[in-house]
Ligand binder design. Sequence first.
Ligand code: PAF
Length: 285
Amino acid sequence: MGDSHVFTTVKPLQKRLHKELENSTIGFFPTMGALHHGHIELVKQAKKENDVVVVSIFVNPTQFNNPDDLEKYPRMLDKDLELLDEVGDVIVFAPDVKTVYPDNYENLKIDLGKLGETMEGEFRPGHFDGVMNVVKRFFDIVKPTRAYFGMKDFQQVAVIKHLVKVTNDPVEIVVCDIVREESGLASSSRNVRLTEEQKEEALIIIETLRFLKSIVDQYPPQKAWKKAKQFFRKGTLELEYLEIIHPLTLKRLEKWTPGAHACIVAYAGEVRLLDNIQLIPFEEK
Ligand code: PAF
């Protein structure tokens, strides 16, 4: 237990990190706040693996293509800090928009190729440009040894790995398993916007993914995809996409391949929920 140290501007944070803590390993976990159990597990892992842990809390406007979604994104800094205090000794960076994007900020443009054309890239144009810009900006400020990302944002992980490859940043990307509520619902900051009834209804997401995994041996991908979509229609959520993809190229699969993965996005009311599952282990088939 111990108090978190909160910084809102760049220079004092850098002074603390790069002068006082020279030669220490820095674990960095970028978040948009509204922290939940899943985030806290990840902070604990980062604390085990590094001398110092920095958590950024910043709702990044440039990655929202829907202004309504940006406005409704939950913001609860005080509660976030309380949760981080329970873990103890975490350095928090909670800047405002001008600090992250000063007037002289030069927008970074990285071609994602096919990685950016599918799924989130298709349904949220510009989203990954915003994610890459903010993550690169934070990497430049924090200069982490390791940076932590949750597997729930499967495509985001692929995008960040691409970013690091292109920019050559000396940071290790650590990918952490999806943390789920007891019901199976993937933990997400957006879950606070769900009613109890919507939370129940949202279970169709994980049920569909598990159903899909259970029929991999019976059908080729296209047929399994159709069956899973039928299964999903038993529920009340609105499907945005369900994709069966190659784990590295993210291309839609024609035939099963090791590491085959499924990603899904659906709306419970106005709340956009995403989840994914590995369908076939890397070692098999
Ligand atoms: O995954 C998120 O919460 C955000 O996309 C991230 C990585 C914090 C960038 O704003």
